[in-house]
Design a protein around this ligand. Structure first.
Ligand SMILES: [Zn+2]
Length: 72
């Protein structure tokens, strides 16, 4: 496979109504995905490769956790 596959399901609600997220700046490239069922915007991040116990995947801090409180 060349390139990246697209996500098929929202990781938060499981819906399939996903579309590329277009930033407010009209010149900006799409970044991430938006779910039109639960209105969440998320991205899929590559964390590294895991070759077993001797290799430690390179990890990055998770700073894009979904914000809570939308439903209250
Ligand atoms: Zn969703």
């Amino acid at each position: 496979m060349s390139g990246r596959a697209v996500p098929y399901f929202c990781p938060y609600c499981g819906d399939e109504d996903l579309h590329p997220h277009l930033p407010a700046d009209p010149g900006a490239r799409p970044s991430g995905w938006e779910c039109r069922s639960c209105a969440r915007v998320f991205s899929v991040t590559f964390k590294g490769l895991n070759f077993g116990d001797d290799a430690t995947p390179q990890t990055v801090p998770v700073d894009n956790r979904p914000e809570t409180g939308h439903d209250s």
